[in-house]
Design a protein around this ligand. Sequence first.
Ligand SMILES: [Ca+2]
Length: 213
Amino acid sequence: MLAKDVLYPSRSLEVSTRLRDMKIITFLTLILATSISVALDLTNSFWIWTNELTPSPDWPTGIAPVGARAFRRVAITPPDKTPLSASIIIAVDDQYTLWVDGNEVGTGVDYQTAQGYCVALSPYCYNVFAVEATNGGTVPNPAGVLAAIEITYTDGSTQMVVSDSSWKALNSPTIPTGFEEFNFDDSSWSAATVESPSGGSPWGPIDTPSSPC
Ligand SMILES: [Ca+2]
């Protein structure tokens, strides 16, 4: 090897130059990967509720009956991927309990300050995010669920899930037993009704935690 390098010094120099270039490319790739990693936030999420909303002079986006309602979002795992974790940001007017894959994750009562959770996911072909949201008060008033979820797979790739009309909502104050479970059948539920984008009326901007995971 030494003799070869002596005989072909230009080739040795070429290899050295290639190695240097590869190191530079790797370094730049790492910088680029870091710079394009976008923090999870609610920018692309929507306030949603059931289709029981009725317009009101004071609340153009609608008011909802007081009481609890159930919401579900099933995230299908892409082929050849395995779910690893979920970074979740959520705010609910007025309070909620959140489950992931049938396990209770947390509760919240402050829709002006979103809460964040970092949750391990079941390595299955889909994951279930379920929310029991309760509209407080004594008379109909604004109600909404706002969420952003970043699912990370074992290969490092990610999938975004935001609150929108892809969520299922049950128009009933009776929360079905086991609605948060994997195998619950929500096929008879309605699509959630979109009220306004994140930052929109009547809630306006809310405080958001940094990416939980
Ligand atoms: Ca409310």
